[in-house]
Design a binder for this molecule. Structure first.
Ligand SMILES: Nc1ncnc2c1ncn2[C@@H]1O[C@H](COP(=O)(O)OP(=O)(O)OP(=O)(O)O)[C@@H](O)[C@H]1O
Ligand SMILES: [Mg+2]
Length: 354
């Protein structure tokens, strides 16, 4: 095993609580022919029992790799991890018996009925056939899926399949439930139902660890978050503390009708500064903790330089602005579900904003 690089240890455990998950320098390097790819740099993390914890990051950040290592499916290159008191590398069977895993991909047995998908999992964990069937029916009822018990798994919609996978993972009453992108590919309505369901599971006392690339999902569900980018842990804490770590900055973006370099100097003299200014083609972005008056200043500066504002947005401090501060790059807004309190002003005239 290679040695993880030296890094500061982060005290991230809420005091006075029992530990569900702990990692020390957990690192994964994938080999691709001659090349290597560091998927996780070396993660130090502690999750308390009963917590609702989220791993937040964009595509390829290393979320599934982390979940894979914690659930014994991916072998770490370096570092150690404990789940429910059992070390993942030394006692994978002990870990597996205490966790439920809902992977990113649909892994239901398509040829089996929904009921059998659940019941077979119960049998795998040592339940008698009648006990497994009873538990499966009870869970399907609780998940609002009683009507699908006899359907073949391939007949389910994406949202139903996700619920069945959660039910399957709960069959043996795991101490920790891992959910890798539980709402990927699920429509907004089904997504809210899933949020409710996962919230109920957590309220019933389960430790829940979820990965997501949806900022709103992370904020709505998780009591604490680890923000991961390119395999590095950038921040860990409550959504509020992560926003604070990101400098609680607002982002004001103005797009002009022509190259914005003409207003660059004026933008740098925006009152209340110094602010971070990013000039990119027709767009000027001001990232600041003192947003008052910035937009008006940029509009007036554009007018003085003969430019017209085509589009302007002000994004108040949010996980998205914190991510921008922490990583230096914007959070891709690929999701139609992303709901940000962004004020959007299109085609404003200079006189409209003071
Ligand atoms: N088996 C593998 N072999 C080689 N590279 C891999 C393997 N699995 C993942 N990777 C790479 O490791 C990096 C992290 O991948 P990972 O799947 O952990 O990201 P993720 O945060 O779960 O992304 P997504 O949001 O797309 O699911 C990516 O660059 C990915 O291409
Ligand atoms: Mg993933």
């Amino acid at each position: 095993m290679e040695t993880a690089p030296a890094r500061p240890r982060q005290p991230v455990t809420p005091a006075g609580t029992a530990t569900a998950i702990r990692t020390e320098g957990l690192r994964k390097v994938y080999r691709r022919g001659q090349d290597t790819l560091v998927a996780l740099e070396g993660l130090d993390l502690t999750v308390a029992q009963g917590e609702f914890f989220g791993l937040l990051g964009t595509n390829g950040a290393g979320k599934s790799t982390t979940i894979g290592m914690l659930t014994t499916l991916v072998t770490p290159t370096a570092g150690r991890a404990w789940v429910s008191g059992h070390e993942v590398g030394a006692d994978p069977v002990g870990v597996k018996s205490r966790i439920g895993v809902v992977p990113q991909a649909n892994t239901l047995d398509r040829a089996l009925t929904v009921l059998d998908n659940l019941a077979f999992r119960g049998r795998y964990f040592g339940m008698s056939a009648p006990a497994a069937r009873r538990r499966a029916l009870e869970l399907l009822e609780r998940l609002g899926l009683a009507g699908t018990a006899g359907a073949k798994a391939h007949q389910l919609s994406g949202g139903q399949a996700r619920r069945v996978m959660i039910g399957r993972a709960l069959m043996h009453v795991p101490e920790v439930l891992f959910l890798d992108e539980p709402t990927a590919g699920v429509d907004p309505r089904a997504r809210e139902d899933l949020w409710q369901l996962i919230g109920d599971v957590h309220a019933a006392g389960q430790t829940v660890v979820l990965t997501t690339h949806h900022l709103d999902e992370a904020e709505a569900l998780c009591r604490r978050l680890a923000v991961i980018d390119h395999g590095r842990l950038l921040a860990c804490g409550t959504p509020e503390s992560i926003k604070a770590a990101g400098g609680a900055r607002s982002v004001i973006t103005v797009r002009y009708d022509a190259d914005s370099r003409a207003v660059e100097d004026a933008a740098r003299r925006t009152p209340g500064g110094p602010h971070e200014i990013v000039v990119d083609g027709p767009t000027v972005q001001v990232r600041t903790t003192h947003p008052d008056g910035v937009l008006g200043h940029l509009v007036r500066a554009g007018g003085a330089a003969g430019l017209t504002v085509r589009d302007a947005t002000t994004t108040p401090p949010s996980l998205r602005t914190a991510f921008l501060t922490l990583t230096g790059h914007d959070y891709p807004v690929s999701s139609t579900h992303l709901t940000l309190p962004t004020k959007r002003i299109v085609e404003v005239s200079q006189s409209a904003i003071t």
